[in-house]
Design a protein around this ligand. Sequence first.
Ligand code: ADP
Ligand code: ZN
Ligand code: MG
Length: 480
Amino acid sequence: MKFETVIGLEIHAQLATKSKMFCSCSNKFGSEPNTNICPICTGQPGVLPVTNKKAVELAIKTALALKCRIEPHSVFARKHYFYPDLPKDFQISQYELPLATGGYLEIEVDGQKRKIGITRVHLEEDAGKLVHVGAARIMGAEESLVDYNRTGTPLMEIVSEPDLRSPREAAVYTQTLANLLRYIMVCDAKMEEGSLRCDANLSIREVGNQEFGVKTEVKNMNSFKAIEKALLSEEKRHHEVIEEGGQIVQETRFFDDVTETTTGMRSKEFAHDYRYFPEPDLVPIEPPGEWIEEIKKTIGELPAQRRERFIKDYQLPPEMASLLIANKSMADYLEETVKLFPKATAAANWLTGDITAYMNENKKDFSQLNLTPAQLAEILRLIDDGTLSNKIAKTVLFTVLKTGKQVKDVIAESGLTQISNEDELKKIVQEVINNNPKQVEQFKAGKETVMMYLVGQVMKLSKGRANPALANKLLTELLK
Ligand code: ADP
Ligand code: ZN
Ligand code: MG
């Protein structure tokens, strides 16, 4: 039997607002535990929530970028369950009437483009955070601490259709979505910090079957790579169970990134377990058309459009364009550089190559870089007009990165410019001729390939500063 895999993702994104979803507490990450709290977000009796308009705006902005329909009337609902990180014993979410429905996100896997349906985008509040002492999860922990700072922070849930067909596609989808959220500045989308979280639903079915198989939901992946690994392991488990004649039970499973396997966490709860009902303390969201139009104008260029523009206007290879747009700061940096030095490919090569390597090694990002686009453009221009060889330019680049000095000063201090002056270079060429009588003889006897060796010697003696073309010309002249 041939099986195919079916995956749908529920992505939770923390919205980049100043305050929480229904109170004015700070939404800042990393504060001292239990300092950003108030009677509303800790669920004291008698308090009233008020919807954060900015959160609604950012969720609408996201829904528009995902080509969703903004619902004219959406409603908050109480979702009841008990857990120590949920002081009210219910989470305010949206259920039957979400903020937006029916969009899509285009992804590209191995050069193939696919549209992944978006079922809905809705708003909700986050729960608090439990810190388990002595174990990664509550099971096996000595004790658990609760931090209510995160309680009530604005979350947006983006639910995909079961359109994904492999763990790899699921990882690419999440990455593409994270990149989009960063571009439109609604969420910093850092999986490691938990500002983007993914619940992944997977099932398998026989190829040709119209009905889906029983799904399981996997949680606790904190990187794109982990999503792929978790789903690969879960996919394998589904195959094993079914091939042995067993049945998959619908449940929620926990991904352990040490063993890279999933284990059962709890049997799947059903909607009726949550006793959903409309939140009586909040008014429905009915966004006016003019407001939606205004929000639309703030979206700007999306990553996919930018990629197309880079390919078309800058003649960049598609893979290079993908690499660049995956990092918004890098793409911005390229555009700034290209304004000053129009050969984009050269700039892109340096950015995705040596500069990225330097940043990775030194754990820096573009905002901490000692090299401005103007300086990069200056170095590129000096290579272009023959003042610097590629090799020297690299030295100059790294010196600027390390010291933050001006390009001109670095070159002046180290005398690093390319030698393109005939008289100056002639001295070096003559020395090479004097030092290599054997090779000179071979050359004169007709072995022309020796020329390459001699040019190499000139480069070596000049510490890479000789203009290779000029060295070649002078050697030819002097050896006649
Ligand atoms: P639940 O009621 O269990 O939360 P939903 O219908 O709300 O399930 O779907 C949740 C997520 O699971 C969605 O992203 C959806 O695409 C995905 N999903 C639903 N059914 C399946 C299935 N059989 N296999 C894989 N994913 C599925
Ligand atoms: Zn509060
Ligand atoms: Mg659901």
